[in-house]
Design a protein around this ligand. Structure first.
Ligand code: FRU
Length: 469
């Protein structure tokens, strides 16, 4: 499609779709979501020239995984976001099947995007190019074309470049699949973002002490935090266990140390990033004051996504809240950024038995709970958290079969911080030791009811709306 034709179609889709999406009772009140169509991965998250930029995989033309563009939001404070011009559209031969995920860097004062140009052929095969684009003076992006072809020894599933600066070089982690159909993460190096040298594989299925861990590791991200080098990735095809890896595709972290020269990444076992129903393809960035922030896609590909009721309103998916990462004893913790506290309205308290607590409006809510457990939190009869002594269990009915399905977090929860929006719940456990992120589609206004005789202490706030402008 010529870019002017595509742009005209996108404009029409936004004009027609936006009123319907924004008036849907499930449309978020303070999370980022598409104004119409489908959103998936966060891309190009960066603090640049005094602003945060967050790009996103966006199909404005419908709710299917097609026609991927890069949408673009900007914010000074991580709370109030503004729409920016579409950054990338699939209008070149080398990205014609989609401008897939990637990252952003500051290249000598120029905001520069590194993304995957995906090319699908009629016989079902594909190839991929890692491409550059640079911001122009009008705020749009000029494509500079492909800089990396599919490396020798890998299938056409090569994508999602995440680039960072270390000492005097640029480095990139890149998701790849080898000829034996095993997921791999490659490390590449460059002096100028244009010429890249493939240093080799640093992690993957049946590497570094891991067992079979999937056929493709999407959206890798690598960074130093505390004493550890973390690798976040989304291994597809990890076998489900009784209480872990239950989503259609997983998102996990590894912790270890990276020898950039060899290259060699010594790491421990895979750990699930989030124990809820929806979490995938997160991306991190560093703030000016040195904090490592993360945003994830509150969705999972391939599962029941297309059965979500918002599809009938012409939109699907949202981002997670922005989170701050920390490292404690080689383990990754996630907490909502303190900036979000500005959304809090009047503080309320409760102390006593769970079952005596008044029902709480869950529409837009932050709730801090302390207890020893044996409590049930019922979100509008649609999502139910059972807080046991040594386990949290989240229950939700399948949107396809209607049967109850479960997700688990193993451990003794003592403190929960729960952030609710119109159709999402993010449960932060023990100050970020674990998280469970899930969408749910309650009748509004949604009520949270507590059950059980156990004692608890609660502080809670209704949250104000914060719409993108
Ligand atoms: C992850 C992913 C990426 C790809 C993008 C396409 O959700 O499949 O690997 O770049 O989405 O939208």
């Amino acid at each position: 499609m010529a870019s002017s034709t595509r742009l005209a179609a996108i404009l029409q889709a936004v004009m027609q779709g936006m009123p319907k999406a924004l008036s849907d009772s499930h449309y978020p009140g303070w999370h980022l979501a598409p104004v119409t169509g489908l959103l998936n991965d966060p891309n190009g998250f960066i603090h640049f020239d005094g602003h945060y930029h967050l790009f996103y995989q966006w199909n404005a033309l419908g709710c299917a995984h097609q026609h991927k563009c890069w949408g673009h939001w900007r914010s000074a404070d991580l709370l109030h976001w503004t729409h920016q011009p579409i950054a990338l559209m699939p209008d070149e031969e080398y990205d014609r099947s989609g401008c897939y995920s990637g990252s952003a860097v500051d290249d000598n004062g120029r905001l520069t995007l590194i993304y995957t140009g995906n090319v699908k052929f009629e016989d079902g095969s594909r190839t991929a190019w890692q491409c550059l684009a640079q911001q122009n003076n009008a705020g749009g992006f000029d494509k500079l074309g492909p800089v990396i072809a599919v490396p020798e020894g890998y299938t056409g599933h090569v994508r999602d470049p995440k680039v960072w600066r270390h000492e005097d070089h640029w480095y990139m982690v890149l998701a790849a699949q080898n000829m034996q159909l095993q997921g791999r993460v490659l490390l590449l190096r460059s002096d100028n973002l244009r010429e890249w040298q493939n240093l080799g594989e640093i992690a993957g299925s049946e590497l570094g002490g891991l067992g079979a861990a999937g056929y493709m590791w999407e959206c890798p991200d690598m960074f130093t935090l505390g004493d550890s080098m973390y690798l976040i990735c989304c291994p597809q095809g990890v076998a489900p266990e009784e209480k872990r890896y239950l989503n259609s595709h997983a998102c996990a972290w590894l912790s270890g140390s990276l020898d950039y020269q060899q290259p060699a990444y010594q790491h421990g076992p895979l750990n699930e990033m989030d124990a809820g129903f929806e979490f995938y393809a997160p991306q991190t960035t560093l703030t000016a004051d040195g904090r490592r922030l993360l945003v994830g896609w509150m969705g999972t590909p391939d599962g029941e996504e297309m059965a979500q009721p918002t599809v009938a309103q012409g939109w699907i998916h949202q981002m997670t809240c922005v989170r701050e990462l920390s490292s404690r004893n080689g383990r990754l913790f996630q907490q909502p950024i303190p900036e979000l506290q500005a959304l809090r309205q009047k503080e309320q308290h409760y102390q006593g038995r769970a079952e005596d607590a008044p029902p709480i409006g869950a529409q837009r809510l932050e709730l801090e709970l302390e207890s020893q457990g044996d409590i049930e939190l019922n979100f509008a009869d649609t999502l139910i958290l059972t807080w046991q002594q040594n386990e949290l269990r989240l229950a939700r009915r399948s949107l396809v079969t209607g049967k109850w399905t479960y997700r688990y977090w193993a451990g003794a929860a003592r403190r929960l911080n729960i952030l609710c929006d119109h159709s999402s719940v993010e449960i932060f456990i023990n100050d970020g030791e674990g998280v469970m992120s899930s969408r749910y589609f309650p009748d509004q206004p949604a009520l949270l009811t507590l059950r059980g005789r156990a004692e608890l202490q609660a502080r809670y706030w209704s949250l104000r709306r914060c719409m993108v402008e």
